[in-house]
Design a protein around this ligand. Structure first.
Ligand SMILES: [Zn+2]
Length: 397
């Protein structure tokens, strides 16, 4: 039971029910496409005339489209509906400590076009490059882009559009949304990368994840970030600072320094950088700048023992942090995202073993699942900042 927050309530308007029904129909089409008006009517118990009026409105807004006729179940063949695929509607910008990716997608989240550049530690240079790409993409799509989503590896305040602190580049209080918006004329939503990927899992993830009301996303990249989905939405805490579990202490003398500078944070034990350093230590190599995490995963999958050992040790530390999160939150699932998911067959045992050992008898456990958003989920996250708002309802409980 949720206590009413009187500071945030609005009296119900006459069209609130209509808005809720509109979102129900839109989400039926999204999740069950191709689907006919009659099927939606059967499942929702909304009246056929109501559904027809809503479908007409959604088609007019360019959100759904008709795609021909389905099988007849006796009478006239039903017309099938799906989410409109024609043309780009969103731009996603995924800023990571190494690369920045700018891409367009349709309403269903399919990437249409993308380009990368090396992220410059000077925020002005990175912002200029990404604005140039956004302008190029929005010109090509002849004005159909509605909004831009940006994900960042650090502390972000989505309500003001400010990057509060990005540790890798020491960016502080950067009014990023306003800079991009004033240069492009488009609305901009920004968020922390792990929060954005958690949102992508909630809307576009596998059924075990997106049907869960409570789950935690653990994003393993240069750092380790977490996004908490609580009661079907991102839990943000004060100023969007919730979920900074990458800095919880899980040991001492980690293989690398955390982005915050300390050697005892979860991130310093479990990030891609930690795994690379373990590999170099196991193999007795000098630090080699040539090997990236992607290549380390390839080596491990080919059977190279030092690469395998490094990944298994990282999985052990990932498991320690995850078991702490499960004990504290009791989520339905924990989803792990990032390049490490390609090596799931090598790390799953170590992850689960650590978790099961540390979760005490009698406490509920949770499933640890690899993300299905691909090895680079942050772009999907950035796009979801735009796309989820099209499907989410401000009213539905
Ligand atoms: Zn730290």
């Amino acid at each position: 039971m949720r206590r009413l927050d009187l500071r945030k309530t609005q009296p119900a308007r006459l069209n609130t029910i209509r808005d809720i029904n509109r979102q129900i129909v839109l989400n039926y089409v999204r999740e069950r496409e191709p689907i006919s008006r009659a099927e939606i009517a059967r499942e929702t118990e909304l009246q056929r005339s109501t559904i027809s009026a809503i479908v007409e409105g959604l088609t007019g807004e360019g959100l759904i489209e008709e795609i021909g006729e389905g099988e007849s179940t006796g009478g006239r063949r039903p017309t099938l509906l799906r989410i409109r695929t024609a043309g780009a509607i969103a731009i996603g910008v995924a800023i990571t400590p190494t690369m920045t990716t700018v891409a367009t997608s349709d309403l269903a989240g399919r990437v249409i076009e993308q380009q990368h550049f090396v992220t410059d530690s000077d925020p002005e240079k990175t912002v200029k490059q990404l604005i140039d790409l956004v302008r190029e993409f929005s010109t090509q799509s002849s004005g159909s882009i509605e909004s831009i989503g940006v994900s960042l590896p650090g502390l972000v305040d989505p309500s003001t559009g400010t990057a509060i602190y990005i540790p890798y580049f020491k960016w502080r209080d950067l009014p990023l949304a306003q800079k991009i918006s004033s240069a492009t004329g488009l609305p901009v939503t920004i968020d922390n990368d792990a929060n954005a990927v958690a949102l992508a899992e909630l809307w576009f993830g596998r059924p075990e994840v997106c049907d869960a009301r409570d789950f935690i996303m653990v994003l393993v990249a240069e750092g380790v970030g977490t996004g908490i989905i609580f009661d079907g939405q991102v839990y943000r805490g004060e100023r969007g600072a919730a979920g900074e579990f990458g800095h919880m202490i899980v040991g001492s003398r980690a293989p690398v320094a955390c982005s915050c500078g300390n050697y005892d944070c979860w991130e310093a034990f479990s990030s891609e950088r930690a795994t690379l350093t373990r590999y170099h230590n196991f193999a007795g190599l000098e630090q080699s700048p040539d090997l990236d995490f992607n290549s380390l995963v390839d080596l491990a999958l080919e059977g190279e023992q030092n690469a395998r050992g490094a990944l298994v040790e990282t999985a052990h530390y990932l498991g320690i942090g995850i078991s702490n999160l499960i004990v504290g939150f009791s989520p339905e699932a924990v989803v792990v995202g990032g390049e490490i998911t390609r090596a799931w067959s090598l790390v799953a045992d170590a992850l689960n073993e650590t978790m099961e050992r540390s979760i005490r008898r009698g406490l509920p456990s949770a499933r640890i699942l690899p993300s299905t958003l691909g090895p680079r989920p942050t772009l999907r996250g950035a796009l979801s900042l735009v796309l989820a708002s099209k499907f989410a309802s401000a009213f539905a409980a």
